[in-house]
Design a protein around this ligand. Structure first.
Ligand code: SAM
Length: 207
């Protein structure tokens, strides 16, 4: 069976995906991209891993004259992004050839790399010049009291590599960051109501 057959429906249809994110986040789905974009300097280069169809570029970076490129596993998301004129490549970031870039960013996708998410962050840090930005949900929607919310969140579990019900909490994300990246952390922020944590990491100085 091909990856696209195994992928959950939500990752094959940009309209359904946006609808679901809007159900989970409301207006904040769009507003948070502007907040994250605030950490990116004008006229810099940006690589976004697991970029979906490029909504971070559209709502967070478009007016910053950045040299943006995204990569995502979902061919449907990539096609949709390309049609909107956004530079996105189809690919698995586990086998991605990390080019040098001022910023490396990953939004709401680190849980896909459980149980060894530090591997992907280390690769980002090795290729970044200015910062690595990790934005990850920490309020576990899978355990929401509201059945509709937990059911919707469950639909986001299969990106094509099999089911993964793992989600970060504030505690487990902070544990990961402290254990592997303590010396890289320059700032920790959050999106509205603490739904997601934003970690700004500095790459090691390259000589
Ligand atoms: C929850 S969505 C987040 C999309 C986007 N970052 C956003 O915030 O709207 C997770 C994304 O990760 C992508 N993805 C999951 N595993 C991946 C992998 N190994 N390589 C590339 N993309 C992957 C999925 O296709 C999906 O678009």
């Amino acid at each position: 069976m091909s990856k696209s057959h195994k992928r959950s429906l939500i990752y094959t249809n940009p309209f359904l995906y946006r609808l679901m994110m809007f159900a989970l986040y409301g207006r904040e789905y769009f507003d948070r991209f502007a907040k994250i974009g605030f950490f990116v300097c004008d006229s810099s280069s940006v690589v976004e891993l697991c970029c979906g169809f490029g909504d971070f570029y559209t709502y967070g970076l478009k007016n910053k004259q950045v040299d943006y490129s995204g990569v995502d596993l979902s061919p449907d998301f990539v096609d949709y992004g390309l049609k909107k004129g956004i530079k996105i490549t189809e690919g698995d970031v586990n086998s991605f050839n990390f080019p040098r870039s001022d910023y490396y960013i990953m939004i709401s996708s680190l849980y896909h790399f459980h149980p060894n998410p530090e591997i992907i962050i280390k690769k980002m840090l090795a290729a970044a010049v200015k910062s690595v930005i990790i934005v990850e949900p920490v309020k576990n929607l899978l355990n929401s009291r509201h059945k509709i919310i937990s059911r919707l969140a469950l639909l986001l579990t299969n990106e094509g590599e099999g089911k993964n019900n793992f989600r970060f909490t504030d505690g487990s994300l902070s544990q990961l960051m402290e254990a592997h990246f303590k010396k890289n952390i320059v700032k920790i922020a959050e999106t509205k109501n603490g739904k997601e944590k934003i970690y700004i990491l500095k790459p090691e100085i390259k000589t």
